[in-house]
Design a protein around this ligand. Structure first.
Ligand code: HSE
Length: 308
């Protein structure tokens, strides 16, 4: 290992972003996880977690350490040992890419310590961390967390990731007090989809990419529809329809579920505080649910904060 210590900050993300199931990802400016890795003697592995958000501390069950180990293995490092500290900035199972933020943090920190620059290797290792939690190696959250901005997994077989710099807009995120495991949210989806639904998503997704490239916020928001996952998953998010309607009535330009939920996000330009309050109130009144909420903007990807 070339370096003894690395600190990485890694952001929350919104996967699917409307019509792009397992394909689109938007990197958020905040919140972020911070992952610190210190070199230790070969065969010693330790994970500590700081903050109120708990995640496993077994190195083979924690996404960040698992991704770090996978990254090191893929680079042929055979005298591995480390102590890792994760400051969790987000709640697991909330729909804003908590496991991806940690996986990317772990993989990128290990890559920095090994002086590995290949982003493909980091992406692959991070996706393995994601798979550990969700049971599926999907790349949408990890791509957005690693590269930043708006990302499209345009060919999953070849791991082709397109990066588009989004315009600046407000993203209101409201997370009701229910936890949804991605594994469970994937299990409610149908194995086969209707041709009309597939065509609808194909059109919306194509329009979304165009809108992002044109940096047109209204067009981005108007392409947030989805027929492949939201109709099946909204039953896992009590009050979803009321929350969406109240966000739109308060001035949101578009609304959808963040990743596998239960986070609901709205796109706004200017009335974010009002929208946030309206959404939180709707969760309370329609489903009796308390919620956490924040307003952010599109962000840049994971960053090595220090290396020594
Ligand atoms: N694309 C994944 C899903 C994201 O919707 O299941 C999970 O965060």
């Amino acid at each position: 290992m070339r370096y003894a210590r690395a600190v990485v900050s890694s952001p929350a993300t919104i996967a699917n972003f409307g019509p792009g199931f397992d394909s689109f990802g938007l990197c958020l400016d905040s919140p972020r996880d911070q992952v610190t890795v210190r070199k230790a003697k070969s065969g010693f592995f330790e994970v500590k977690v700081k903050g109120k958000n708990t995640v496993p501390t077994d190195p083979m069950e924690n996404t960040a350490s698992y991704a770090a180990i996978k990254l090191a293995e893929s680079c042929g490092c055979n005298d591995l040992g480390f102590s890792m500290t994760i400051a969790k900035g987000m709640k697991p199972g909330s729909g804003i890419g908590s496991s991806a933020a940690s996986s990317v943090g772990g993989a990128l920190a290990m890559a920095a310590m090994l002086d590995v620059k290949d982003k493909g290797l980091i992406l692959e290792a991070a996706a393995m961390g994601e798979e550990l939690i969700s049971g599926a190696r999907h790349f949408d959250n990890v791509a957005a967390a690693l590269f930043g901005g708006f990302t499209v997994v345009s060919d999953v077989r070849k791991r082709t990731i397109l990066q588009i710099r989004p315009p600046r807009f407000q993203i209101v995120v409201v997370i009701p007090d229910v936890t949804i495991e991605t594994r469970r949210a994937r299990a409610v989806l149908p194995k086969k989809v209707d041709m009309g639904d597939a065509v609808c998503n194909l059109s919306l997704a194509s329009g979304m990419v165009h809108a992002m490239m044109k940096r047109n916020v209204r067009a981005i928001a108007s392409h947030l529809g989805d027929s492949l996952s939201v109709p099946y998953r909204k039953s896992l998010v009590p009050g979803y329809d009321a929350v969406r309607d109240s966000a739109m009535a308060a001035g949101a330009l578009g609304v959808s579920i963040g990743g596998s939920g239960p986070a609901v996000f709205a796109i706004a330009q200017g009335s974010a505080s009002k929208i946030r309050l309206a959404m939180a109130k709707a969760f309370k009144e329609s489903a009796g649910l308390a919620s956490e909420s924040f307003v952010t903007v599109p962000g840049t990807g994971a960053k090595v904060e220090s290396l020594s």
